[in-house]
Design a protein around this ligand. Structure first.
Ligand SMILES: NC(=O)C1=CN([C@@H]2O[C@H](COP(=O)(O)OP(=O)(O)OC[C@H]3O[C@@H](n4cnc5c(N)ncnc54)[C@H](O)[C@@H]3O)[C@@H](O)[C@H]2O)C=CC1
Ligand SMILES: O=C(O)CCC(=O)C(=O)O
Length: 411
C-alpha cells in the first residue's frame, strides 16, 4: 500500500475511535502547504543536473512545523506527504509544541560529491527560505542527510534572514547543535523498548535483536541496546547483511562501517541475503531504514515477538493485521522514533535561549519524555480498547484536534 494511503487509513481509524466529525477530519488531513521546487546545479564535470525538491508543511495548530529533510532516489510527493502527516501526530504524541512537516530531494546522495551535495542543498534552501523559519517551519536531518547538510541550510538561510541557528536542528555542535541529538533517535528507541519490555516483565539484557539499517538511527540503536546487554544477532544496510547468533560486536562493526562505508565485508558474522533480514529468528526486530518494508508478503514469516519501529511507516496496514493475529506486538513509529524530534525540540529551545545544556541533562529529559509518551499511549489503548498503533494515533490526533478547535476558523 502506498505510504500516503496507509497513513490516511490509520488517521481515519483513529478519527473514528475519537468520534471526530467529518469536517474536522478533512481539515486535519489536508496539508497546510505543499512546496515543489526545481533544483538545478552544475556538477563537478561542468554538466548540469536537475533534481526535484519538496517540503510539505502538514499542520501548525500546536506550533511551528517540524520535520526532517530526506535525500533518497524514492522521494516522491506521496511519500513526503505521508511523512509530514506522521510528523504532526508524532510531535503531538511527544507533547512538544510543534506541528508537522517533511522535505526531501529525489536524488541518490551516494552518487554526488560533497561539493555537489553542498550546491544542491544551497539551491534547495534558496527556493524555500521564505517559507521556513524559526517560528514557522524548522527542518532537521532524515535519511541521506546529516549535521553537515543542516550547517549548509543554516548558512544559506542566514544570508537572507541574518544568523538564525534555531532555523534548523540536528546541526553540528560547533554551530549550536545540541549535545545528544546525533544519538537521540537511537536512544529514544532504547527508552521506548525498555518501557515496552517492562510491561511484559522483561528487560533488554539477553534479548536477541535484529536491526535493518545501520545509519544514524540503526547504528545508535544497536550500540545502545548492546550496551544494555541486548544481543544484536543480525544487521543489514544497503551494502549487505550479516548474522551472528552469538551477538555481533557492535563497536567493531562501527569501525568497519566507518572505513568501508558499509556492512559488506565485515568478518564478525556470516553474510546473509539482505532480503531475509526481517524474517531472521529473534525476539526484537528493529526496522531502521525504509518505509513499507513489512508488508503482506513477509509479515506471516516474521519471527520476532516485538517490532520497534525506528523507521517511519515501516509496516503496511495489511501487515499490521497479520502481525496482530500472530500476537506480534508493534511499537509504532510515531512514538518509537520520537526521540529524534524531541531532542531537536531541546536544541531549538537551547538556541532560542542562547544557553547550552550538558549531555546528561539532554538524555535525562529525553528519558522523561519517552517514559511519559509510553504512559500516555497506553492510557489511550485502555480508553479505546485498541492496539499500540491506534493508541498512539488517537493520542496524537486528539491533541491536534483539540488545538485546532481551540484556535477556531474565524477569518
Ligand atoms: N535521523 C533521525 O533523527 C530520524 C530518522 N527516522 C527514520 O529512521 C530511518 C533511518 O533514518 P537515518 O538513520 O537517519 O538514515 P541514514 O541515512 O543515516 O541511514 C539509513 C540506513 O538505511 C540503510 N538502507 C537504505 N536502504 C536500505 C535497504 N533497502 N535495506 C537495508 N538497509 C537500507 C542505509 O544503508 C543506511 O544504513 C528513516 O526511516 C527515517 O525517516 C525517524 C526519526 C528521526
Ligand atoms: O528532528 C526533527 O525535527 C525531525 C526528525 C524526523 O524527521 C522524524 O522524526 O521523522
Amino acid at each position: 500500500m502506498n505510504a500516503l494511503a496507509a497513513t490516511n487509513r490509520n488517521f481515519k481509524l483513529a478519527a473514528r475511535l475519537l468520534g471526530l466529525d467529518s469536517k474536522l477530519q478533512k481539515s486535519l488531513l489536508i496539508p497546510f502547504r505543499e512546496i515543489k521546487v526545481e533544483c538545478t546545479i552544475p556538477k563537478d564535470d561542468g554538466t548540469l543536473a536537475s533534481f526535484v525538491g519538496f517540503r510539505v508543511q502538514h499542520d501548525n495548530a500546536r506550533g511551528p512545523m517540524k520535520g526532517g529533510i530526506r535525500y533518497h532516489p524514492e522521494v516522491d510527493p506521496d511519500e513526503v506527504n505521508a511523512l509530514a502527516q506522521l510528523m504532526t501526530w508524532k510531535t503531538a504524541v511527544a507533547n512538544i509544541p510543534y506541528g508537522g512537516a517533511k522535505g526531501g530531494i529525489g536524488c541518490n546522495p551516494g552518487d554526488l560529491s560533497i561539493s555537489e551535495l553542498e550546491r544542491l542543498t544551497r539551491v534547495f534552501t534558496q527556493k524555500i527560505h521564505d517559507l521556513v523559519g524559526v517560528h514557522t517551519d524548522v527542518p532537521a536531518p532524515d535519511m541521506g542527510t546529516n549535521p553537515q547538510t543542516m550547517a549548509w541550510i543554516l548558512d544559506e538561510y542566514s544570508k537572507f534572514h541574518g544568523y538564525s541557528p534555531a532555523v534548523v536542528t540536528g546541526k553540528p555542535t560547533d554551530l549550536g547543535g545540541s549535545l545528544g541529538r546525533d544519538a537521540a533517535t537511537g536512544r529514544g528507541v532504547l527508552f521506548a523498548t525498555e518501557a515496552l519490555l517492562k510491561e511484559y516483565g522483561k528487560s533488554i539484557a539477553g534479548q536477541r535483536i535484529v536491526v535493518q539499517g545501520f545509519g544514524n538511527v540503526g547504528s545508535w540503536a544497536a550500540q545502545l541496546l548492546s550496551e544494555q546487554g541486548g544481543k544484536i544477532v543480525a544487521v543489514s544496510d544497503i551494502t549487505g547483511a550479516i548474522k551472528n547468533s552469538s551477538g555481533i560486536d557492535i563497536p567493531s562493526l562501527l569501525n568497519h562501517v566507518k572505513e568501508s562505508r558499509g556492512i559488506k565485508g565485515f568478518s564478525g558474522g556470516d553474510s546473509i541475503d539482505p532480503s531475509s533480514i526481517l524474517v531472521e529468528d529473534c525476539d526484537i526486530l528493529i526496522p531502521a531504514a525504509l518505509g513499507g518494508v513489512i508488508n503482506r508478503d513477509n509479515a506471516k514469516d516474521i519471527k520476532a515477538k516485538f517490532i520497534i519501529e525506528a523507521a517511519n511507516h515501516p509496516t503496511d496496514p495489511e501487515a499490521d493485521e497479520i502481525l496482530s493475529k500472530k500476537g506480534v506486538v508493534v511499537l509504532p513509529d510515531i512514538y518509537a522514533n520520537s526521540g529524534g524530534v524531541t531532542v531537536s525540540y531541546f536544541e531549538w529551545v537551547q538556541n532560542i535561549q542562547g544557553f547550552m545544556w550538558e549531555e546528561d541533562k539532554v538524555n535525562a529529559e529525553l528519558k522523561t519524555y519517552m517514559t511519559k509518551g509510553f504512559k500516555d499511549v497506553k492510557e489511550m489503548c485502555k480508553t479505546h480498547n485498541c492496539d499500540l498503533r491506534m493508541g498512539a494515533f488517537s493520542l496524537g490526533v486528539n491533541r491536534v484536534a483539540r488545538a485546532t478547535l481551540l484556535r477556531g476558523w474565524e477569518a
